[in-house]
Design a protein around this ligand. Structure first.
Ligand code: AP5
Ligand code: MG
Length: 189
């Protein structure tokens, strides 16, 4: 069975960084909703323009829009064949319910959701050092506030289904990767 993984964690916790290492190791497809939205913005599509404004403010794109985009992506043959590592989705309990339905429709299940745990002060410092277009102090604060409100309930959602693992995201990239790999391998064993 191809792997189906979700990575959770505060903005700037290193999800994107670790996903590159994870997909190389496990051979599944990395789906980052943030990367997809930034690509749409680059292309200047209608979605990209609308999403760009929301992202710059640190707001979330509406659930129905995100669910439509991810649903389409998950049906593509590369993911059906090789599995997926979801980064940035689901971000709300509504998106998690939708993901469950999408996977059920494919006769697939989620293997594990890993929460990459990094304290607020550390993620702020990382984001300010990274300096992406939406990494302004105001947008960072708003994203982190929304995270506590809307994304933290997700942790309970995954925990309630017995799917949650927590991994310490502090340390070097290699140290964090070794912890993630051990956690995923344990789950799969
Ligand atoms: P998205 O792109 O998902 O951004 P995010 O959640 O803010 O997360 P980041 O990508 O900022 O952080 P990351 O955890 O990937 O960290 P990274 O590896 O870069 O979403 C952007 C926007 O899109 C949202 O605000 C929203 O508007 C919209 N959106 C996306 N999905 C959505 C959804 N499902 N629903 C609604 N709206 C949605 O690492 C951060 C920095 O730290 C880097 O500079 C890195 O080099 C450094 N670093 C990494 N690891 C380490 C380490 N071990 N030690 C020190 N530094 C490290
Ligand atoms: Mg990212």
């Amino acid at each position: 069975m191809p792997l189906r993984l979700v990575i959770l964690g505060r903005q700037g916790s290193g999800k994107g960084t670790q996903c590159s290492l994870l997909v190389e190791h496990y051979g599944c497809v990395h789906v980052s909703t943030g990367d997809m939205l930034r690509a749409a913005r680059e292309e200047g599509t209608e979605l990209g323009r609308a999403a760009g404004e929301l992202m710059d403010r640190g707001d979330l794109v509406p659930d129905d829009v995100m669910i439509g985009i991810v649903g389409e992506r998950l049906a593509k043959p590369d993911i059906v064949e090789h599995g997926v590592l979801l980064d940035g989705f689901p971000r709300t309990p509504e998106q998690a319910d939708a993901l469950e339905d999408i996977l059920e429709g494919q006769g697939a299940v989620l293997d594990v959701a890993v929460n990459l745990d990094v304290p607020v002060d550390d993620v702020k410092a990382r984001m300010l050092a990274r300096g992406r277009e939406d990494d302004t102090p105001d947008a960072i604060d708003r994203r982190l506030r929304l995270y506590e409100e809307q994304t933290e309930p997700l942790i309970d959602w995954f925990e309630g289904r017995g799917l949650l693992e927590v991994v310490d995201g502090l340390g070097t990239e290699d140290e964090v990767f070794a912890r993630l790999q051990a956690t995923v391998d344990d789950r799969l064993a």
